[in-house]
Structures are given as C-alpha cells and as structure tokens.
Design a protein around this ligand. Structure first.
Ligand code: ATP
Ligand code: MG
Length: 428
C-alpha cells in the first residue's frame, strides 16, 4: 500500500530540529516577559469576514492565499493567514484595552497561506507575533522594534538590515496615493498585470512589486516621505532619533509600504542577506486604524511578526545548535538489574538531572557507545553483581574515573551527585 505523505507546503519539524525551535521560543519568551509582554492564544480559525475586513480584500493574502472553507453548518471559515487580526478580535471581544491603558501581547503559532512552496515559503508556517496596543508614543514604535532586533541578536544572527519608512496618516496617504496614480497612469501599459489592477484597487502596493520593469518605473515615483504632514513628520523624526539613541541602524526606504488604509506611520522590515529570495525575517508597522475598523474603540497599535521557518533556516546556516545532551546515562544488563535501573533513573531525575536509561539489553560495550553519544558526563553501571550487592558503578566519562557506591547512598545523596555532574560539565 502507498504510504500517505505530508501535504505540499507543510513540514514535519523533526526531533533533531525541535531543540532549535524550543531554544528560539524560550529565548523569545524570556525576553518578552522581561519587557512586560503577556502571552495570548487565540484560535487558529476564524470567520472569513474577520480577515476580509482586517487584512483587506485588495491584498494578496486575502485575494489569493487564504484557506477558506465552509464548515458543516454552512459558515465560511478561514485558517488564519496571520495572527494580528485574530488577536485584535480577541482584544475587542474581551475588552482588554480600557481607555488610555497600554496592552502588550505576544503569540507564537502556525499560520496558513496558499502560496507556491519554496525555501522559506510554506503553506503552513509559524509566526512569532508581538503587539503593543494603546499608545501613540513614538517610544512604543521603538520599543517593539528594539525587541525584534534584540531577539535576533541574542540568537546570534548577523548581517541583518532594517528598512524603515513612514506611511503617514490617512490624509497624507490619500494625497500621496493621488500623486502616485497621476505619476503611474501614463506608464500603465508597462506595468505588470497585478500592478495594473492595483492602480485602482491598492496603488501603494505597486511600490513593492517584485517585477523588474515595474520596479524601474517606480524608482522615479514621488516619495511618500515628501507627503507627510507636520505631525506625521514629527512622529517619524522622533522614532528615528530614539532608534539612533539606542544604536539601532536602519535604512530609510520610502518604497516600503503596508498598503492598507488602517496602516499608519512607522513601517519596517528586517532582512537577512543570507536568506536568498525570501529575505524578510520580520515585518511590522503601526496600525492605528485597525482596532476601530474591527469594531473596537479607537485604539492605536504597533506590532510585528517574525517568520520562524526563515529564522530557524538562518540559525541552521550559522550552525547554532542548542545542547540536548543528557547528564547521566544508565547502563544495565541482567534480569536482576531491571527494576533497580528504573529506581536510579527516577531518583536522579527527581533530583534535577537529565537521565537516559538504556533499554536495549545489549552487550555492555554497545551500551557504553550509546552513553558516549548521549553527551552524558556520568555513566551509571548496573550489572548482576552490583544488583546483588545493592551497589552501582559510577563512571565519569570526562575523566575515566570509576568508583562503586551503594544504591541507597546514591539516591539519598543525589544532591551531591548533581553538584559533581555540574562541576564535570563546567570542566569540559
Ligand atoms: P513575503 O514578502 O515574504 O511574502 P509577507 O509580506 O507576505 O512576506 P508578512 O505578512 O509581513 O509577510 O508576514 C511576516 C513574516 O512571516 C514574513 O516576514 C516572513 O518571515 C513570514 N512569512 C510570511 N509568509 C510566509 C510563508 N508562506 N512561509 C514562511 N514564512 C512566511
Ligand atoms: Mg507574502
């Protein structure tokens, strides 16, 4: 019979890879907790309407990429293509932002987009999402940006660059939109087909078209930054000043847009030169209009999402490998030893050690080889003779030193053993 395989665009994250994912997640969680962000866990599917209203029908995500289906009750549902819309829905539904209060949230989990799979682009992928709601202060923009850059640096990533732009407020953008359409209309025939359509639906998006000819034309287009009102300009100046004060480097890129009406002011993307075509690891921006657009109170907000497949791809290239080594490996052979090995494993785990017990029953030589591979510094050996005498052999794999102790003293003085294990690990 033919075996069933995973769907195109989905991937199993295998046991060899999960330590890297766990390390990324733990590092992010620690950092976010130290910055007063709290975790939220919204569902993975929502009413289709939420994304149509929250992301916008003129976007690729809603127009071409959503996994939308009818459930058995005839409702139109969609697997979330990103996290922000569902998170804002939850915030509104549970009234998590009171007048004037600041809410800092994060979430990590899968998102789904019907895209052409390639390196760094999947149909089920994972995002780490960070949002700060309730503040218009430019320091809020810089806080969330700094969290992203600190996280990426803490994980050891290099050769990252950040593009920064301001898309102004709604009025600024309307004036710019008119100027852009005036500029592009005479070139319409030379634009790619998507961009021709966007000329009426979502002209700002033409700025980040991947088509070479369109890119050439757009080079000469008016700059968004020349259309900022004094207030928008002031906000953007302050963001840049604070970034500079924190030593966070950026490139001004007036063609970086979040093309929807509720996006305002700051937009940014962090890229890696090591990622090839899918260079963007992190994308974010301010969305002061979204919460009201989804029926909540008028609440400003800013946030970002990091694509974890792209991030882990980069970390693998850097050969970053978090340790999965065991502390202790238990080797045993013979019927009389079986229960004792279990007891030792149990006691040492309760004392806080990482313990692997060999279950193979194979010759001692083979078990010792596996002990070496496990990364353990200590091997606990139980043979028939030891089982009979109520003892175990302790063999330090770091020094080769070996001694015999009684099983009761081992389990009763487990704390002492933990200290010795840590010392041996530090010495290597
Ligand atoms: P791209 O320009 O690469 O298509 P996007 O603008 O669609 O990205 P966002 O909606 O801003 O991406 O999502 C934030 C991040 O999520 C991206 O920067 C990327 O790292 C990641 N991401 C987006 N789509 C995918 C996907 N299909 N597979 C893997 N990661 C993705
Ligand atoms: Mg995309």
């Amino acid at each position: 019979m033919k075996t069933i395989q995973a769907l195109r665009g989905t991937r199993d994250i295998l046991p060899d890879e999960t330590p890297l994912w766990q390390w990324v997640e733990t590092t992010a969680r620690d950092l976010l907790q130290r910055a007063a962000y709290r975790e939220i866990r919204p569902p993975m599917f929502e009413q289709t309407q939420l994304f149509e209203r929250g992301i916008g029908e003129a976007t690729d995500v809603v127009g071409k990429e959503m996994y939308t289906f009818e459930d058995r009750g005839g409702r139109s549902l969609t697997l979330r293509p990103e996290i922000t819309a569902g998170l804002v829905r939850a915030v509104n539904e549970h009234k998590l932002t009171a007048q004037g209060s600041v809410l800092r949230l994060w979430h990590v989990g899968p998102a789904f987009r019907y895209e052409r799979p390639q390196a760094g682009r999947q149909r089920q992928f994972h995002q780490l999402d960070v949002e700060l709601l309730g503040s218009r202060d430019p320091r809020a923009d810089v806080e969330v940006i700094a969290i992203a850059t600190t996280l990426l640096q803490t994980l050891g990533l290099k050769s990252l660059t950040m593009d920064l732009n301001s898309v102004g407020n709604g009025d600024d953008r309307q004036r710019y939109r008119d100027a852009l359409v005036d500029f592009l209309t005479p070139h319409k025939a030379d634009l790619d087909v998507d961009s021709q359509n966007r000329l009426t639906t979502n002209p700002l998006r033409i700025l980040d078209s991947k088509d070479t000819k369109t890119q050439e034309i757009v080079q000469a287009a008016p700059s968004l930054l020349d259309f900022l009102s004094p207030d928008s300009q002031q906000h953007f100046d302050q963001v840049q000043q604070y970034l500079t004060d924190l030593g966070i480097a950026y490139n001004l890129n007036p063609r970086l847009v979040r093309g929807l009406d509720y996006y305002t002011h700051t937009a940014f993307e962090i890229q890696s030169a090591d990622l090839g075509a899918q260079a963007t690891v992190c994308g974010g921006g301010r969305y002061d209009g979204l919460i009201a657009q989804l029926g909540g109170a008028d609440t400003p907000a800013i946030g970002w999402a990091i694509g974890l497949e792209r991030l882990t791809l980069l970390l693998k290239q850097l050969a970053v490998e978090p340790s999965t080594a065991m502390d202790v490996y238990i080797v045993s052979r013979g019927e009389a030893t079986a229960g004792k090995a279990l007891q030792v494993a149990q006691a040492l785990r309760q004392a806080g050690l990482a313990v692997e017990m060999d279950l193979s029953g194979s010759a001692f030589g083979k078990q010792f080889k596996r002990a070496d591979r496990s990364g353990a510094v200590l091997c606990v050996i139980l043979g028939e003779a030891e089982a009979e005498q109520g003892t175990v052999q302790l063999k330090w794999l770091t020094s080769g030193e070996q001694s015999e102790v009684s099983q009761t003293s081992l389990t009763q003085a487990a704390d002492e053993l933990v200290q010795k294990v840590r010392q041996a690990q530090q010495a290597t």
